[in-house]
Design a protein around this ligand. Structure first.
Ligand code: HEM
Ligand code: HEM
Length: 175
């Protein structure tokens, strides 16, 4: 057993790397959308799509990692908190996959291929349908994005609660 604040059982090195690179990719993807909002420049929407697709590829690898590596046992805490945290982690995985998938579908149904940093292109693999593009645009912007904000907020709020109120070094497990 670990003893309180002194030592903790960590997530595997791969899980820790997957976690923080995902955070970085999500941040960059969002910032690019923010900059696009101000500039309306094609460069930023193009980069938004390429980084967004990078989130998808990264998350697919992360799911494989999650299946094959063991999660550390939960810190001592009420059962409901363990269930809520596991449920939140599961939902965050699902959102980080669904978000780029709807972005991709919005693009290809709009008849636009996705340029991956000039390295390769994801072609239009469906018959473009305007109404489908609009549907996925709505899901992307009005449903999934607010959900990402809510669940990420919950997640970071919980991390801060552990850090500053419970002082149980939970963050040390993912550092
Ligand atoms: C985790 C990945 C992604 C995140 C977090 C994300 C986030 C966002 C956000 C916050 C918006 C603005 C929504 C609003 O109008 O309020 C947006 C719009 C958009 N996203 Fe993404 N996105 C991701 C992936 C993608 C991908 C992979 C593509 C396409 C391949 C894409 C294409 C677009 C497009 C075309 C828009 C609409 C721009 C416009 O309104 O003109 N996104 N995204
Ligand atoms: C400053 C930002 C963040 C902090 C401080 C943070 C902190 C943590 C901590 C402490 C854990 C381990 C929890 C435990 O051991 O029970 C964790 C796990 C996790 N975090 Fe974060 N996190 C941050 C951002 C994010 C973001 C933005 C996402 C996704 C949108 C995310 C998704 C996850 C997931 C899915 C896990 C479960 C580990 C796994 O299965 O890979 N985190 N985070």
């Amino acid at each position: 057993m670990n003893n309180g604040n002194v030592s903790v059982q960590k997530w595997s090195a791969s899980s820790r790397i997957f976690h923080w690179i995902s955070v970085l990719l999500l941040l960059v993807t969002w910032l690019l959308m923010l900059v696009y909002g101000y500039t309306d420049s094609k460069i930023y929407i193009g980069l938004h799509k390429a980084f967004g697709m990078s989130v998808l590829f990264w998350m697919l690898a992360r799911v494989i990692n999650r299946v094959f590596t063991k999660a550390p046992p939960a810190l001592p805490m009420p059962k409901f908190q363990i269930i809520v945290s596991q449920l939140t982690h599961f939902i965050l995985y699902a959102l980080l996959i669904a978000m780029p998938v709807t972005g991709l579908l919005m693009s290809v149904y709009g008849g636009r291929p996705v340029d991956m940093f000039g390295l390769f292109e994801i072609p239009v693999f469906v018959t473009p349908v305007r109404s489908m593009a609009r549907f996925y645009n709505d899901v992307h912007a009005d449903i999934l994005w607010p959900m990402i904000i809510v669940f990420t907020g919950l997640h970071i709020g919980a991390a801060l609660y552990h850090q500053f109120i419970k002082k149980d070094n939970l963050i040390g497990r993912i550092k």
